[in-house]
Design a protein around this ligand. Structure first.
Ligand code: DNO
Length: 407
């Protein structure tokens, strides 16, 4: 397993020396300065590669940009709106630039409008640290009484509406704005200034798009980019919906093993793969990481290892949850790693060059010195380092190699 770490670029509160000290072998990054639908210029890719390869002292870090997360799929592509061909052309050009730069793994998602969604970004834990959580009542309070989405009342049971009404009434203006900002914080750097009207505008564009249509749009996108990716020697890997259920009446189509089996089967190629995110998929009580790996292992090109604990209330296939420490929570991470190591052994026996699966300790609780930093929610230095250390311990205990030299 390749030990990687997400880095947001020069604005990140963590630097390359800290990554090395945390035990990181390779870097996951993206050019967040470019909006979805725009070409990533080759020279900007090279700039990011140089930054990653260099310590603050100017010496070589020994790190390389190994995974792109994300090359974002624009809303124009997801909805097949005007400008579709231009956005597809830009995506293809960016893939070419990334391949020419020697980067092979490209993560993306196909979630409409919102990426990962939480209602509280720094919820206090009994030990004094903080974590991110999703509370269905808070979310309903936003949907029903702040956004005032048409049709929202049909989405929640009557008792939930009443609790959400009380919750909303107890919030002052600042708390309402904070809840709104937390909910749209999911795309780092991309949409932190969204207004309620922006959200409503996005929702309107999805009015004619149900789950079947979105699924077809995903397959159409894959048909445009996967053959090229295969020619370029790239491995695309779709990130699951987070959380894995519909929100704000928007369809979500990458929430389960069967969703993945359908999307990967529709355009069958080694370049059409999955990002196994245990934290996203694991919110669904039906998720079985070992079954997922046994079914789709050869096409898992990247793994996000983290954990969640489901909490009340839950209804209609949706649940509240909080982000647990990496080895705690509802998902069996030891079993997940055992199955991933078995998949790696299978690939080695087959002679696959890409036998080593990159993973990153996804999200982390804010602990110790993180609490003073207030960096990107979910991406603190020490909380993630704790996660990486624990995952490395499990890998070593299962006989995996945690010391492979940096490329
Ligand atoms: C959250 C991340 C996601 C992920 C995208 C991939 O922390 O895992 O935002 O980067 O969904 O496209």
């Amino acid at each position: 397993m390749r030990q990687t770490w997400r880095w947001f670029g020069p604005a990140d509160t963590v630097n390359t020396a800290e990554m090395c000290q945390a035990g990181v072998q390779g870097v996951v990054s993206a050019l967040h300065q470019f909006k979805p639908g725009v070409v990533w210029p080759a020279d900007e890719i090279a700039v990011r590669q140089r930054l990653i390869a260099t310590l603050p002292s100017g010496a070589a870090s020994g790190l390389a940009w190994e995974v792109v997360e994300s090359l974002p799929v624009s809303e124009v592509i997801k909805t097949k709106a005007d400008g579709y061909n231009d956005h597809i052309a830009a995506y293809r050009t960016s893939l070419g630039h990334l391949a020419a730069a020697g980067i092979e793994v490209v993560c993306y998602n196909f979630m409409p409008v919102l990426d990962w969604t939480r209602t509280v970004l720094r919820a206090p834990l009994p030990h004094g640290g903080t974590t991110m959580l999703f509370d269905l009542v808070d979310f309903a309070a936003f949907d029903l009484f702040i956004l005032g989405r048409a049709g929202a009342f049909d989405d929640y049971p009557a008792d939930c509406v009443e609790v959400a009404r009380e919750r909303h009434a107890a919030l002052d203006d600042a708390a309402r704005l904070a809840l709104q900002n937390n909910i749209v914080a999911g795309l780092p750097g991309a949409n932190d200034t969204w207004t309620l009207d922006d959200i409503k505008g996005h929702l309107e564009r999805y009015a004619p798009i149900n789950a079947d249509r979105l699924r077809q749009n995903l397959v159409d996108f894959l048909a445009e980019v996967v053959p090229l990716a295969e020619d370029l020697g790239l491995r695309l890997c779709c990130h699951p919906d987070d959380p894995p259920f519909a929100l704000l009446g928007l369809p979500r189509v990458m929430s389960s093993l069967s969703d993945y089996a359908a999307a990967l089967g529709a355009v069958d190629s080694p370049a059409n793969g999955a990002t196994l995110c245990t934290g996203s998929l694991g919110v669904d009580p039906a998720f079985d990481p070992v079954a997922f790996i046994e079914a789709l292992g050869p096409k898992i090109h990247f793994a996000h290892l983290r954990n969640t604990t489901r909490s009340a209330p839950a209804f209609g296939g949706r649940t509240s949850f909080f982000e647990a420490a990496h080895l705690e929570g509802d998902t069996d991470i030891v079993a997940t790693l055992r199955a991933l190591l078995a998949e790696e052994a299978r690939r080695r026996a087959e002679g696959r060059a890409d036998w080593s699966i990159p993973f990153r300790p996804d999200h982390g609780q804010d602990v110790l010195g993180d609490l003073a930093v207030k960096g990107m929610p979910g991406y603190p230095l020490i909380g993630r380092m704790r996660g990486l250390a624990e995952l490395r311990g499990v890998i070593a205990g299962l006989g995996g190699d945690i010391c492979a030299a940096t490329r």
